[in-house]
Design a binder for this molecule. Structure first.
Ligand code: 5GP
Length: 190
């Protein structure tokens, strides 16, 4: 989506480790209008899929998924990164590795919020090596729910996650795909 690409070009900052900082509209300050526009695109892409729920992971996935949920009229479930006393009942866990913080942790959701009747679209902000999406997909699978696909705002196409998930047969739709970074310049895939 050109609108998102333009924002990445005008405001994105390249950090070490191929991390792209988009705090001005996605990860810190949030441009709600942009997220709603992205939600309309996701709704169009997955039209007819009879999705019942969006699943993301805290923290930065929540804003994206909430905007999509508003556009699509769907509930949003987010995996927590740590079991807290706020959680009760039977849990589903999926180990994962944080790309940006370089730590291992468990994603956790209460089982009661994912049922075998659910048709789930997994949502996140970035796709790099695919650990976050794989763990979210594992939660869907553990619940016996149907995985409709995954959607991310920004896929870093030069990292392995997108290819790995698609090779596994998972439908992945990305609103913007960065093909490569050349001499500090972001180049998008057509
Ligand atoms: P993956 O699990 O695919 O390796 O990484 C995706 C997760 O790491 C996302 O949930 C996202 O929060 C974070 N992430 C990966 N790459 C970037 C990046 O370039 N910029 C930001 N802001 N987050 C990233």
């Amino acid at each position: 989506m050109k609108l998102l690409e333009q924002r990445i070009l005008s405001e994105g900052e390249l950090l070490s480790g191929n991390v792209i900082k988009v705090g001005g509209f996605l990860n810190h300050q949030i441009d709600v209008g942009l997220l709603l526009e992205m939600g309309r695109e996701v709704k169009r892409l997955f039209a007819g899929e009879k999705i019942t729920k969006l699943l993301t992971v805290e923290a930065s996935g929540i804003a994206v998924a909430t905007a999509y949920g508003a556009v699509m009229g769907l509930p949003v479930l987010f995996a927590k990164k740590h079991g807290t006393s706020n959680l009760s009942g039977q849990m589903l866990y999926a180990p994962t590795h944080s790309y940006t913080h370089n730590v291992d942790y468990n994603m956790v959701v209460e089982r009661r919020y994912l049922s075998p009747c659910d048709r789930v679209l997994v949502v996140d902000d970035f796709l790099a090596n695919g650990q976050a999406l794989c763990s979210l997909c594992s939660l869907v699978e553990q619940a016996g729910a149907t995985l409709v696909g995954c959607t991310v705002a920004i896929e870093k196409g030069f990292q392995s996650g997108g290819r790995m998930l698609r090779e596994r047969g998972v439908r992945v739709e990305s609103i913007a795909v960065i093909d490569r970074i050349e001499d500090g310049k972001i180049i998008f895939r057509d």
